[in-house]
Write a protein of this length. Structure first.
Ligand code: ASP
Length: 637
């Protein structure tokens, strides 16, 4: 039998969501028709819940069905060590639909793969909460009419809040604009922003608005919109023209809804939960600017939403929670109607990568089911060969996290090499034939019996003396332009950009007898995205980006996508006064309209060529040098 699982909001098309809303408008009919008569729903909750579980159970009973429930899975065989896979298999023979909440990202997807009945995700870790999004959209529609063109401010813990992740994708699909107003350090993850950019053509611009000071004072907002094809996120100078462009854009914004969320303490490491958090209260209510802005919240609230808002007509979160029953009645009817064997999945068909070897790449998200309980999940990744800097990325099918691939191999000939853009077509071919291997490290490739491919002869195009001169030249220019050392922040793109940033800082120190602050940005890593390198004092307060003059440093600029990602991380984390770009080498071939301010050397090169900067810090025993060579394609090797 074929059926529909609702794991992600992407499992429903816009039309289907509209159909569900129509059904939710006529629940008296669904009740009269007893559409769930004779059916049983099982609710398995590995995490606390009030609204989601009770409204699902109420919905099922109102439809004439019945419910078996485990509201605290600690009292189930889970306590004896039963896997989610086994639990799903067993319970699916007791019920006709399963509603599951779990603390691991991707756990519900894994359970769906082992169950014999439809599965509905009631929240999985920090990943998604699609049925909350249905309630949110339904509420918004009831209050504001068409979703297209609305501007919704999402506020609070945008990093860990699963309701936020499902909601932004849905808002994007319906053509709404999103303003993100994150608590410090809890910004919308980069993979979410890039998906909005890639799939929905959203671009983002920082918003400096005094209005939002009624809610948060420490961080700035970002405006995500598909409408204005502005490249504001790419600006590197906060000059007066950009300032006034931003000011005009912001003054024209009509905030239709404010979606507040609580700090997801249970998903944070100990010691990282401190710091100020936005709040909505009297100040917000008094602002003329928000006179028609409805306030929403998935609940539970802690202290980010003052009870004063409850009495105001704009506070609609209890209504939002009440809509949980009709919306979930409608969703259950939708799912039951598709248990007739004719159901077609709504998701686009993706070509998945599965390792041809006994072990393969590991998801970088430590809370992903493939890491926490690998036995319950079959590791699968979407291969994205258009990452920043033409990087090869894997998207985990369970938790959606993306991470960068360095090494690929050919399973038949047992050869491996570093991934490069010139291998993009070969890679597609291997993927189609299930001959693609991907490794986390050379050690892993060699343990699996793979040998390296060869590349063409290397030509040194810069030696250590020239590199030293290049770094000096960059430092001199930077020193001329940025005399205020307190404002200056040298930020390298990890890893070679970080080493160059440190070298530039050392040069500046020599000239000015004071060391500027140095940090690094990591794109698609698994830790913090921006961190301080020097001064290396563990006791220091977190690095401040606001109002700084940032010099972003990388070794080579090519397509410009890496720098673009770094800029978006920077602007998401604070609004610097300016960002200037320093690179040792500019290879040309830009895909993103970015121009470095400081360039060590221009080296026009073809796409089949690889330019590698070899630094002592990385290569250990080698001298600094820049080499160029062509990849000998696996077919020619
Ligand atoms: N109830 C929502 C959830 O389960 C929101 C929250 O807990 O903050 O994700």
């Amino acid at each position: 039998m074929i059926w529909r699982n609702i794991i992600s909001i992407a499992d429903l098309t816009n039309d289907e969501i509209e159909q569900i809303f129509e059904l939710a408008d006529s629940t008296h009919q669904l009740r009269a028709d007893k559409v769930a008569a004779g059916r049983i729903m099982a609710t398995l909750f590995y995490e606390p819940s009030t609204r989601t579980r009770l409204s699902f159970e109420s919905a099922m009973q109102r439809l004439g069905g019945s419910v078996v429930s485990c509201s605290d899975m600690k009292s189930s065989s889970t306590a004896k060590g039963e896997t989610v896979a086994d639990t799903a298999k067993v319970v699916s023979s007791y019920a006709d639909v399963l509603v599951v909440r779990h603390h691991w990202d991707g756990a519900v997807q894994a359970m769906a793969e082992h169950a014999d009945v439809p599965m509905i995700n009631a929240g999985d870790g920090s990943h998604e909460h699609p049925t909350q999004t249905l309630c949110d959209l339904y509420t918004l529609k009831k209050e504001k009419g068409d979703l297209k063109g609305l501007t919704v401010v999402i506020c609070g813990d945008l990093k860990n809040g699963r309701t936020i992740h499902s909601l932004v994708y849905a808002l994007a699909r319906f053509g709404a604009n999103v303003v993100t107003l994150a608590a410090n350090g809890m910004e919308l993850p980069q993979y979410v922003i890039e998906r909005l950019q890639r799939e929905y053509q959203y671009s983002l611009a920082p918003v400096a608005s005094d209005d939002l000071r009624a809610v948060v004072t420490e961080t700035d907002a970002l405006y995500l919109t598909p409408k204005q094809p502005h490249q504001l996120a790419l600006f590197t100078q906060m000059d007066s023209a950009v300032q006034s462009q931003l000011a005009t854009m912001v003054s024209g914004l009509r905030y239709d809804a404010f979606y507040m969320t609580r700090k997801q303490k249970e998903r944070m490491k100990e010691g990282t939960t401190g710091g100020s958090y936005p709040t909505i209260g009297a100040d917000f209510l008094r602002k003329q600017r928000f006179k028609d802005t409805v306030v929403m919240h998935p609940l539970p609230r802690v202290d980010e939403l003052s009870p004063e808002v409850d009495k105001d007509r704009r506070g609609i979160y209890f209504k939002q929670a009440a809509y949980g029953v009709p919306v979930r009645m409608a969703l259950l009817k939708f799912v039951f109607d598709r248990m007739d064997g004719k159901a077609k999945p709504a998701k686009k068909t993706v070509q998945w990568f599965q390792s041809p070897d006994p072990f393969g790449p590991q998801c970088s998200n430590a809370n992903c089911i493939t890491v926490t309980e690998p036995g319950s999940a079959t590791k699968k990744f979407e291969v994205l060969s258009n990452g920043p800097g033409a990087a090869l990325l894997l998207r985990c099918s369970y938790c959606d996290h993306r991470f960068k691939v360095q090494l690929i191999g050919h399973a038949k000939s047992k050869r491996y090499c570093a991934y490069d853009i010139s291998l993009a077509d070969t890679l597609k071919d291997w993927l189609k034939k299930h001959e693609l291997a991907i490794f986390n490290s050379i050690k892993e490739a060699e343990e699996l019996g793979y040998e390296p491919y060869k590349s063409g002869p290397q030509r040194t195009i810069m030696d250590d003396v020239e590199i030293l001169a290049g770094v000096r030249e960059l430092s001199q220019q930077i020193a001329r332009d940025c005399s205020d050392l307190d404002r200056l922040l040298i930020l390298g793109i990890r890893s070679k950009g970080s080493y160059l940033a440190q070298r530039i800082a050392a040069e500046l120190e020599e000239r000015q007898k004071r060391k500027p602050e140095v940090g690094e940005v990591e794109i698609y890593g698994s830790g913090e995205e921006i961190r301080r390198i020097a001064p290396a004092d563990a006791e220091m307060a977190p690095m401040v980006l606001k109002d700084r003059t940032i010099i972003l440093v990388d070794d080579v600029i090519y397509t410009g996508r890496t720098v673009n990602s770094a800029l978006s991380i920077i602007f998401r984390s604070g609004r610097p006064q300016s960002v200037r770009l320093a690179v040792l080498i500019d290879r040309g071939h830009r895909e993103v309209p970015l121009k470095p301010n400081y360039v060590g050397k221009h080296i026009p090169s073809s796409e089949r060529e690889r330019v590698r900067v070899k630094l002592r810090e990385v290569e250990h025993d080698e001298e600094d040098k820049v080499v160029i060579y062509s990849i000998i394609g696996p077919t020619e090797a």
